[in-house]
Structure formats: structure tokens, C-alpha cells
Design a protein around this ligand. Structure first.
Ligand code: SAM
Ligand code: SF4
Length: 545
């Protein structure tokens, strides 16, 4: 019987990709993934440490498992990702029922850690017998009819009741590898290279990593400590992965990196593939991929060549996620961001000069230590003048291990942080609404991501009637509200049916309410945006068919 695996992911796109790769590895070892945690023999949490709030969610999940572990000591519980790396073995003090810890830099070792934890649990709690099973074979703790005789090679035969062993693979904060480390020597590269797509996998939108780690050391941020130094993947490996995904049906690939525009692969013979080179290379080599995008950009290091590649390659989405973090030079300096607000503005002017229709999103931290009302006013002003499509706004969260927590007192009171957060959201909302309204009447291309969450929730909450109707008339597509994403990253709701998921189609924007765009499907070929769209709307003209 296959062992059942439950994996829950917290945090950023990088974690989503890590989970996908880990799941692929464990499935190849014979694990079956389940959506119900109660059914699982192995429970893994892929965690995020960027803010305390993200960690608290995992603490509470682990707390819920304490009693179950007492009843089912063979259950394997693992914490993987940034929290494992940041907290290290201290995590066992708070949650002794955790069996496996694996940092993001060691995920290739996870299958053997899980296997060893299974064996160790069996040795320590000798019933029912798991021990001695082959990696990838798999017995289930829920299989009550199993033969209870220990396997001949079982550690139980040693007669020892050993101390329960925990399985740990962490990079260790002190290990700083050279940033020039060739990715070919990087054992994690094998994890990315092992990626495969199985029939039935939903890969219409897929992620591909181009760099790992980060060298920027912004004073508030744990990422350089949890994910290690920046390593750039060989361009050919990236192209091969994008091509494999496109061949398997991917319609949109998002390239991932913490400071993605910093990508530069040194081949060792003096040649360097820059970020711009990589964009051109993927665009030319995988010509059947309809959409290519990338996140997250750093305001420094963005070459004109990379912007020109975005302008010249029609299948690269004109969308930039380029976090500013603050509009105050004093705070930017304390954050160690390495640019001024003038340099940030200049970068956006350069981008918009080359691509008047580029859509831009940003991130901000409010309530950074010593932030005054005046500092905050400068941030609000930056948001007002830069016409972001949207901004992700966070209250400063002091993180253990970062420079900021050692160097600065978290002196902005929580209520002030909350007020600034709300004020900045309101400023952003005004900008988003104006940009959204300017889109009404235009026709844009969307990739259909699925059913609108609101509709799904209603269906889950009440609607036996709808489900019965659906099953009786399964052949008839059920009209519902679907969600699509434009090339500029706008989310658009429109009436459609579930079979459209993963399709790319044209919709005409009919309404813009609050932060949401509404649309109807465009009649093929009848709508064309002939005039340049308003600056900063993120619209790209739809080609006439
Ligand atoms: N690499 C990206 C960059 O430099 O812009 C961002 C990566 S970080 C994982 C995502 C966002 O989390 C950051 O842009 C920042 O706004 C936010 N963030 C990071 N550390 C934070 C902290 N200690 N408190 C609050 N927000 C934080
Ligand atoms: Fe963190 Fe700064 Fe690196 Fe982004 S650039 S991951 S905020 S250290």
C-alpha cells in the first residue's frame, strides 16, 4: 500500500515551486499525495519566515498535531523550508513531536530524511512494523491488517529501544558559499533537473527558477540566511526546463528569482549570459510558449538591454514587480536597499519610456524602526506619483537573525503601523481604481486561472442543488464566474465555464468596481485596441485575427 503524504505550503512562489519539486520526488518514491491531513502517514509543512505572522500559522498547525502524534507515534511530521533553516533544532524544543527538519538549501535530501524518520519511528515505537521496508515500497500506518511480525532486517531485531532519532538537513547560517559557485556543482540543481510532468498535472501556469538565494542583505530580511547566497542556474538548463513545460502544455511560465534582473551566468570561459540574453534565448528557443513573465525585480541592476528585451519580444509580458519598500531615502539607507527614491523613480521612467504600457507592482514596509510621519508621507507620495497597478504592503516584523533586529529598536507602535498600513492601502486603492477604470471598454488577453473564489465558496457552503444539477447534466458546461489574468497581471472576472481553465482568450472589460475588473468574452477578431492604451494600464494591444 502506498504511503500517504500531506504537504501544505506557506509563503512565496519560490516555496510553491519547491513544494512541486519535492512532491515529484516523493511521488517517484511511491508516496501518494492526499488533501486530507487526517488520512496522511507523512505530514510536511513547507514554511515561510519572512514575517512572524507566517510562522505563527505553522506553530498553530504543529500544535494541532501534538495529540495525534501521541496516538499515532509512527506518523512522520516534517517542517521544511525557511522556518526549518531559521529556527534550526530549537524547533524541537517547542515541538518535540516533529521528526524531520529540512532547509530550502537541502531539499534534495528530503526523500531519504522522510524514509529514515519512518524507520526511526518504527524502531522507537515497535508496532506496527514499518522497519526494513524499501525506500519507495511503502507500508501504511493505517493498514490495521498487516502482518505484525518484524521484518528480518528490521532495527527492531536489534532489541534496542533507542532514543527516537530525528532527521535534520540544514545549510547552517554560517555556511556562505561563493556567489560564483557554478550551479553545475550545486546539488540543488539536480532537484530542478529532476522535474517531470505527469498526465493530469495542472501546468498551464508554471514556475521556473533561474536564481537561488540572495546576496543583498536588506537589514530586515531573513532570505539571505535561509536560502543562502545567490546562485545562477546555467541558461541551457533553464531553456530545457521551459521547453519541457511548454511541450507538456504550459501556456505561461514565470521565471523566479529574488533579484531576478541580477541574473548573470559566468560560463567559465569568459562568456557571460546576462538576464537580457536569457530572455531573448528563452523567447527564441521556446517559440510555442504563449507567455513568459518574471518576478521579482530589484530597482538597481536593471539594464536597458533587459528592458529592451521585454519591449522587443512579443510573448514576454510587460509586467514588472519591482518593490520600492519605502519612499524615504533615510529609511532606504537603514534598510540597506542601495538606491534612493530618485533612482527608483528614474528606473520607472526609463521602463515607461521604453514601454508606455508596462504594468508595475511594488512592495512596501511600513513602520520600519525610526520611521516618522514625514518618512511615511514620502512613501505615500511615491505611491501616488508612480501609478502602481497594485502594492503589497507589510507592517515591519522584526526577524531573529537579521541585522535590523540587532541594530534597531522596533519603536513604531503597532497602532501606528496599522494606521500607516491602512493609509497606504487607501492611496494605492485610488491609483488602482483609476487605472482599472481606464481599462473599461478595452479588450485584453487573459489566461483563465479557474473559478472565482467567491463563487467556489458559495458552492461549497450551500449549494447541494447546484452540485446535483451539475452531476445530472454533466455533459452541459456549467456557467459560472471564472477568473483570468492579463499580461499586465490584472485579475479579471467573467462568465464562463470550468472547461476554460488554462485557456488563453480575449475578454472585453465592461466594469471596474473597487479593485476588481469585470468582463465578457470578446467575439473573436472583432475587438482591436488600435490606439496606444493609457499610460501605465498594463494593456497590450490585442492583435486582430
Ligand atoms: N526579493 C524581493 C525584493 O527585494 O524586493 C522581496 C522578497 S521578500 C521575501 C517579499 C517581501 O516581504 C519584501 O518585498 C518585503 O516587502 C517583505 N518583507 C521582507 N521582510 C520583512 C519584514 N521583516 N517585515 C515586513 N515585511 C518584510
Ligand atoms: Fe530579502 Fe532584500 Fe534579498 Fe529581497 S533583495 S530577498 S528583500 S534581502
Amino acid at each position: 500500500m502506498r504511503r500517504k503524504l500531506y504537504l501544505e505550503t506557506f509563503g512565496c512562489q519560490m516555496n510553491v515551486l519547491d513544494s512541486e519539486l519535492v512532491l515529484g520526488q516523493l511521488r517517484a518514491q511511491g508516496y501518494e499525495s492526499v488533501e486530507d491531513r487526517d488520512q496522511a502517514d507523512v505530514i510536511l509543512y513547507n514554511t515561510c519566515s519572512v514575517r512572524e505572522h507566517a510562522e505563527q500559522k505553522v506553530w498553530s498547525r504543529l500544535g494541532e498535531l501534538r495529540d495525534r502524534k501521541k496516538l499515532e507515534p509512527h506518523l512522520v511530521i516534517g517542517v521544511i523550508g525557511c522556518m526549518a533553516e531559521r529556527d534550526g533544532t530549537n524547533l524541537f524544543k517547542r515541538h518535540p513531536h516533529v521528526d524531520v527538519l529540512c532547509g530550502p538549501g537541502e531539499l534534495d535530501k528530503l526523500p531519504s530524511l522522510v524514509h529514515n524518520a519512518t524507520i526511526a519511528n518504527a524502531a522507537h515505537y515497535p508496532s506496527p512494523p514499518y522497519a526494513g521496508e524499501r525506500l519507495g515500497g511503502g507500508a501504511s500506518s493505517s493498514n490495521k491488517n498487516e502482518d505484525k511480525t518484524p521484518h528480518p532486517t528490521s532495527p527492531l531485531n536489534t532489541g534496542e529501544r533507542r532514543q527516537r532519532e530525528r532527521q535534520v538537513a540544514l545549510m547552517g547560517a554560517s555556511v556562505r558559499r561563493s556567489s560564483t559557485l557554478a550551479a553545475a556543482e550545486d546539488h540543488l540543481e539536480l532537484l530542478d533537473l529532476s522535474r517531470s510532468v505527469s498526465p493530469g498535472d495542472d501546468i498551464s501556469q508554471a514556475y521556473v527558477r533561474i536564481t537561488r538565494g540572495c546576496n543583498k542583505f536588506c537589514t530586515y530580511c531573513v532570505v539571505p540566511y535561509t536560502r543562502g547566497p545567490e546562485v545562477h542556474r546555467p541558461p541551457q538548463n533553464i531553456v530545457d526546463e521551459v521547453r519541457m513545460l511548454a511541450d507538456a502544455g504550459a501556456k505561461e511560465v514565470t521565471l523566479l528569482g529574488q533579484t531576478i534582473n541580477h541574473y548573470a551566468f559566468a560560463h567559465g570561459d569568459g562568456r557571460v549570459t546576462s538576464f537580457a540574453d536569457l530572455l531573448y534565448l528563452i523567447h527564441e528557443s521556446v517559440s510555442h510558449l504563449p507567455r513568459l513573465r518574471f518576478v521579482t525585480s530589484f530597482p538597481r541592476d536593471f539594464s536597458d538591454q533587459a528592458l529592451q528585451a521585454m519591449r522587443d519580444c512579443e510573448r514576454i509580458c510587460r509586467y514588472l514587480h519591482v518593490p520600492a519598500q519605502s519612499g524615504s531615502d533615510r529609511i532606504l539607507k537603514l534598510m540597506n536597499r542601495g538606491y534612493t527614491r530618485q533612482q527608483y523613480d528614474d528606473f520607472l521612467s526609463r521602463a515607461r519610456e521604453l514601454m508606455p504600457d508596462v504594468s508595475v507592482a511594488s512592495d512596501f514596509i511600513v513602520g520600519f524602526p525610526t520611521e516618522t510621519d514625514d518618512d511615511f508621507a514620502q512613501t505615500a507620495e511615491l505611491v501616488r506619483r508612480n501609478r502602481f497597478k497594485n502594492s503589497f504592503i507589510f507592517k515591519y516584523s522584526p526577524r531573529p537573525g537579521t541585522t535590523a533586529i540587532d541594530r534597531f529598536t522596533d519603536d513604531v507602535p503597532e497602532d501606528v503601523k496599522r494606521r500607516r498600513n491602512n493609509e497606504l492601502l487607501a492611496v494605492q486603492q485610488q491609483a488602482s481604481e483609476a487605472l482599472n477604470r481606464a481599462m473599461v471598454g478595452t479588450t485584453v488577453e487573459v489566461i483563465v486561472e479557474g473559478e472565482s473564489k467567491l463563487v467556489s465558496r458559495q458552492a461549497a457552503g450551500a449549494s447541494n442543488v447546484e452540485l446535483k444539477w451539475e452531476s445530472r447534466r454533466a455533459a452541459v458546461p456549467v456557467q459560472t464566474q471564472m477568473v483570468g489574468r492579463t499580461r499586465g497581471d490584472h485579475v479579471v472576472c467573467f462568465d464562463g465555464d470550468r472547461s476554460l481553465k488554462g485557456e488563453i482568450l480575449d475578454v472585453t472589460i465592461t466594469d471596474a468596481r473597487n479593485m476588481t475588473l469585470f468582463a465578457r468574452r470578446a467575439t473573436s477578431g472583432s475587438f482591436t485596441v488600435t490606439n496606444p492604451p493609457p499610460r501605465g494600464t498594463g494593456l497590450q494591444p490585442v492583435r486582430a485575427t
